[in-house]
Design a binder for this molecule. Structure first.
Ligand SMILES: Nc1nc2c(ncn2[C@@H]2O[C@H](COP(=O)(O)OP(=O)(O)OP(=O)(O)O)[C@@H](O)[C@H]2O)c(=O)[nH]1
Ligand SMILES: [Mg+2]
Length: 452
């Protein structure tokens, strides 16, 4: 079996990482009745690195129920944080901790017989995750050029409380453009609206009582976490489920499993266009089901709907370069084919890749479900997220607001800002060019009009 290493950086990265480990334990406990640490998982667990430039979140992890999972050799912390400043994370702490990071990464990699992928988890809005997280990405490329780099990046919402988040995000995006193999962008706004929707459904009288609690995409039920739910937990559980699905083929045996390298190979036709829009379905499962095949088809339909996407995007009305469907549980290849054929007419694929589908099947479903689906779309619908980010950046940058906080850090120059925004603009332009090739909406011959 191949192994992956999870590198969780900053507050958001570590909080999501912990939800992932907790739910992964729950999942393996459900499958392996003998104990929660089966072989696949314990090799995964030796393979994490927790980095934060303040101690709070990581210390809490060490004192919480996951304390037996990680040991101090897997941690890198400092005390003061990066103060929501990309330059502090990337330039200051990056150079200060480089050797330390390399040493811990090498040690972690030594535990793997076949290291296939690094999963970096971070947010784009703060200083540590965006700055040091993308510094780690550079280090990974230098030290382990042959190992894939998948990045889960949480993008700030327009109402984010970090005022400098557009700077941090744009500076980080240049690094993602250049050094990641695949990026899974997630927007907090979307996570929030999925949480609200699930909350509404489960609290709506009749339906609420029949929902399996441990099947909610937002739920920690059955995990080892015992303390009170924290503000981001429900949102982070959604991202944890995404990572569970993505890594399921590395954690469970199966003949139709999709390898991570196949995702990058098949879904990324051009090096910089490696942003994959993800959606997860179902959001929950009902306890009594009489029409399973209808439910199954609904799961596929939902994966393409706007309100299941983990960013604010509408893939159906944009252009696909490729699409992967990663299914778990009791689903047949024929179900997959049937649903692809059913959905195809409503989707636009680039002319040179009309059959750009990649499918994977892992027979072990997530806890509480009989089946689940993760759709990964390389689709131009990711563009509005980037143009909005660019607009927010330009609003501050035109006034040179807050720049002095960045420019006094060694190695940080104004050119870093201009290069970062032009990297983002170039990326947007690449998506524009693709969109321009999208054929006009299909027109059907108008009906004959009856002459009066
Ligand atoms: N989804 C989610 N978003 C989070 C979480 N924690 C923080 N954020 C978001 O992440 C951004 C702030 O980044 P943090 O991860 O807190 O910052 P950091 O990487 O620790 O960097 P510094 O604190 O500046 O050193 C904001 O957009 C927050 O809304 C979390 O647990 N889950
Ligand atoms: Mg922090």
């Amino acid at each position: 079996m191949t192994q992956s290493v999870v590198v969780q950086v900053g507050q958001c990265g570590n909080q999501i990482g912990c939800r992932f480990w907790d739910l992964a334990l729950r999942e393996h406990a459900a499958v392996n009745k003998k104990g929660i640490y089966d072989e696949a998982l314990s090799s995964f667990f030796r393979n994490a690195l927790l980095i934060d430039m303040e101690e709070g979140v990581v210390n809490e992890i060490l004192q919480g129920p996951l304390r037996d999972v990680f040991d101090s050799k897997q941690l890198i912390t400092d005390v003061s944080g990066s103060g929501n400043n990309w330059a502090v994370g990337h330039k200051l702490y990056g150079y200060q901790y480089r050797e330390h990071i390399v040493e811990k990464l090498r040690r972690t990699a030594e535990h793997c017989d076949c290291l296939q992928c690094f999963f970096v988890i971070h947010s784009m809005g703060g200083g540590t995750g965006s700055g040091l997280g993308t510094f780690v990405l550079n280090v990974l490329e230098d030290e382990f050029p042959e190992v894939y780099r998948f990045v889960t990046s949480v993008y700030p919402s327009g109402e984010d409380d970090v005022i400098t988040s557009p700077y941090n995000s744009v500076l980080a995006m240049k690094e993602l453009n250049e050094h990641a193999d695949c990026v899974l962008p997630i927007e907090n706004e979307s996570l929030f609206s999925i949480v609200s929707k699930i909350h509404q459904m489960t609290n709506s009288g009749k339906l609420g009582s029949t929902v399996k609690q441990n099947s909610l995409l937002t739920s920690s039920a059955g995990g080892i976490k015992t303390e009170q739910e924290k503000p981001f937990d429900a949102m982070n559980n959604i991202v944890a489920n995404l990572l569970l699905n993505l890594t399921s083929s590395a954690r469970f045996e199966g003949s139709l499993n999709m390898d991570l390298n196949e995702i990058s190979m098949n879904l990324v036709p051009f090096p910089r266009l490696h942003y994959l829009v993800s959606s997860l379905t179902p959001l929950y499962t009902l306890a009594d089901v009489n029409v399973p095949s209808r439910r199954l088809d609904q799961m596929f339909s939902d994966a393409f709907s706007k309100d299941h996407q983990l960013i604010q995007a509408d893939p159906k009305h944009s252009l696909y370069l490729a699409c992967a469907l990663l299914v778990r549980g009791n689903v047949q290849v024929s179900d997959l084919r049937r649903n692809i054929e059913r959905l195809k007419p409503s989707l636009h694929f680039v002319s040179w890749n009309q059959e750009g589908w990649k499918t994977g099947l892992c027979s072990v479903p997530p806890v509480g479900h009989s089946h689940s689906l993760l759709a990964l779309a390389n689709n131009t619908c990711v563009k509005p997220t980037f143009t909005e980010l660019k607009d927010r950046f330009m609003k501050l940058y035109k006034k040179k607001a807050h720049l002095h906080h960045y420019l006094h850090i060694d190695g940080m120059e104004q050119s870093c800002f201009s290069e970062a925004i032009s990297s983002l603009s170039d990326l947007i332009e690449e998506y524009n060019q693709l969109d321009a090739t999208k054929s006009a909406p299909r027109t059907y011959p108008s009906r004959l009009k009856i002459a009066m």
